[in-house]
Design a protein. Structure first.
Length: 372
């Protein structure tokens, strides 16, 4: 039967992600709109972005947080182009974004000493193959595959190479071993439901040391430059951005951080995301026509939950289109390079009550398209 209840918020996109519960754009603090980001108020709020992020994540002493251009992609590219070169590189890729970093490292930077470890959608490569004397590049959570790294046990605490981690759909949703991560990147438009175009770059002391002793052999565009005169540009990590940010987006991100603090901080956000995943797990376990793309349950993402359905590809697309037309689930089709299926965002800004209301609609839509 057609379900009677609809999700109060039908936005389950994996990026830009759903706004936080109770979000109201008219309540943002907009005193910096129309002001220079170099003004005292502008630098003050950008400095808060860095310091409040560090506090909420519980970063170790010596870790720096900076706002950089071009979303998570820009932050990753900045790290790759600025830091790689002195050591061999191990690249672990199991979905589209990790594959993208692999292409950049081998085809654009054209590094010769690169070891590649890949896996199909739904699986992880053998992380145990990481060489602690090499630089390591990987995504923590495969946003387009629904497969995450379950822990950091495979990273050697005595490594001599750097770990460069794209964690855009993991930061604020998963427990990250910061002392084992030298570079972490993410964007506002993922876990906290912020706006796009701005990236976040987190550097540990070992990454800073590399920046100050290593000069890349290739030209660096202005927006990639993190040093001047052989020293880190500390202002980037104190609110002096490389290029002009959107102060409206800054206000939006600070609103998300305030909400996170009010609900109990990082642990509360992680717990909300895990409860959301549990709703889908309970549904999938009791049905034989829908499955997790992640092969190993310990590797299931609790943010970008990817599912396969026992339907032909065109039927899967018809199912997602039907749910969209009904106004119960927007933007939940699988990523274009991934196997056909569903991708439902389960980060902290999504309410478990909305997911519970969505599940009967999945069943209804599946039956509708199956009978066509």
């Amino acid at each position: 039967m057609r379900p009677a209840e609809r999700p109060a918020n039908p936005n389950f996109s994996s990026g830009p992600c759903s706004k936080r519960p109770g979000y109201d754009v008219s309540r943002l603090s907009l005193e910096t709109l129309g002001r220079s980001h170099r003004s005292a108020p502008g630098k003050q709020v950008l400095g808060r972005v860095c310091s409040e992020t560090a506090d909420l994540l519980g970063l170790p002493d010596g870790y720096r947080v900076g706002v950089v251009p071009a979303s998570d992609t820009g932050a990753v590219e900045m790290a790759l182009w600025s830091l790689l070169g002195p050591r061999p590189v191990d690249v672990f890729a199991w979905e589209s974004f990790g594959q993208g970093w692999l292409v950049d490292i081998t085809k654009q930077l054209k590094l010769e000493q690169v070891r590649t470890f890949t896996a199909s959608y739904g699986e992880l490569p053998d992380l145990g193959q990481a060489d602690p004397s090499h630089d390591i590049v990987f995504t923590w959570n495969g946003t387009t595959s629904g497969v995450k790294v379950p822990n950091g046990d495979w990273i050697d605490p005595d490594r001599t190479g750097l770990t460069i981690c794209d964690a855009t759909s993991a930061v604020f949703a998963m427990d990250l071993p910061w002392h084992k991560l030298d570079v972490v990147t993410y964007s506002w438009q993922k876990v906290l439901g912020g706006e796009g175009a701005h990236g976040m770059l987190i550097l540990g002391p070992r990454a800073v040391e590399r920046l100050e002793i290593h000069t890349p052999p290739w030209p660096l565009p202005k927006i990639f430059r993190l040093t001047k005169g052989g020293k880190l540009i500390e202002g980037i990590f104190q609110g002096a951005t490389i290029n002009t940010p959107s102060m409206l987006c800054v206000a939006d991100y600070l609103d998300a951080l305030k909400w996170l603090s009010e609900i109990g901080g990082l642990n509360a956000a992680i717990e909300r995301s895990q409860r959301n995943l549990a709703v889908i797990e309970a549904f999938v376990t009791s049905r034989d026509w829908i499955h997790f793309l992640a092969v190993d349950p310990t590797q299931r993402s609790n943010t970008s939950v990817c599912l396969t359905v026992d339907l032909a590809d065109d039927k899967v697309k018809a199912m997602t289109a039907l749910l969209d037309r009904e106004g119960v689930a927007h933007d939940i089709g699988a990523y274009r390079d991934a196997p056909a299926g569903l991708r439902i965002w389960c980060g902290a800004t999504v309410e478990a009550s909305d997911l519970k209301k969505l599940m009967p609609w999945l069943e209804w839509a599946y039956r509708q398209v199956s009978e066509e």
